[in-house]
Write a protein that binds this ligand. Sequence first.
Ligand SMILES: C[S@@+](CC[C@H](N)C(=O)[O-])C[C@H]1O[C@@H](n2cnc3c(N)ncnc32)[C@H](O)[C@@H]1O
Length: 249
Amino acid sequence: MQRGINPRDVDVLLSDSLRQPLAYIVAHGDERIDSASLEALLRRRFSGEPLQYIRRRTEFFGHEFYVDDRVLIPRPETELLVETAIARAPRGARVIDIGTGSGCIAVSLQLARPDLRVVGVDTSVGALTVAKINGATALAASDVLSAFRRDFDLVVANPPYIAAQEMQQLAPEVRDHEPRIALTPGARGTEVIERILAQAKTNVIMEIAMGQESAIRELAAIHRYDIDAVINDLAGIPRVVVLSARGRR
Ligand SMILES: C[S@@+](CC[C@H](N)C(=O)[O-])C[C@H]1O[C@@H](n2cnc3c(N)ncnc32)[C@H](O)[C@@H]1O
């Protein structure tokens, strides 16, 4: 089934296929083009494939990242997690980014705070390959923290957090194209979060889903974490939770 697309996507794909900036497209509306390559790109877009996968790139935190269907497309709200980690990570801290995906958090954090030692982990080998393309230098395959004996000073994570039965309500563009493992961890939506809180011995800065705050507060209490802050995104939705491991030590 063909779906409607944003007319701007056509301009963006045209500018990509002509290798010219968007301004050129606007100024040269009457130029004749070989339409075959553009039509191939537009067919993919009309079939619902996200623009970022077709273009193989996206912007995050002022940097360009390579993306393909092995990784979640970085979302603007995740920039709040990066900002929070930049502001709160102790000097020289060893930081682990659990579920690094494209590496957008790990790379942005490392660039902004060269004093930190940031390691990105993921269970998806495809995601680790993409994170490496994006310049993440310290990477490991790990199911949450299970591959590590050593301690970290800070955990950052944007874990999969959508409850399995809510997957049907997602836009088809997300549900049918982005990796399922990046979206849902299981029936409750909190399965990976629970394991992070059970395994981490240190402070955690984590992105959560809309409506998940009270579940996170309960899990924090079970695992003896204090909640230092819950930070709203630009839409006013509680999005980033700062958890202190004080009570666990
Ligand atoms: C929501 S995506 C976040 C990707 C990236 N950090 C971002 O913010 O765009 C979640 C990531 O967690 C990974 N993941 C899922 N379960 C995991 C687990 N048990 N241990 C480590 N990583 C996991 C997925 O492969 C996916 O790359």
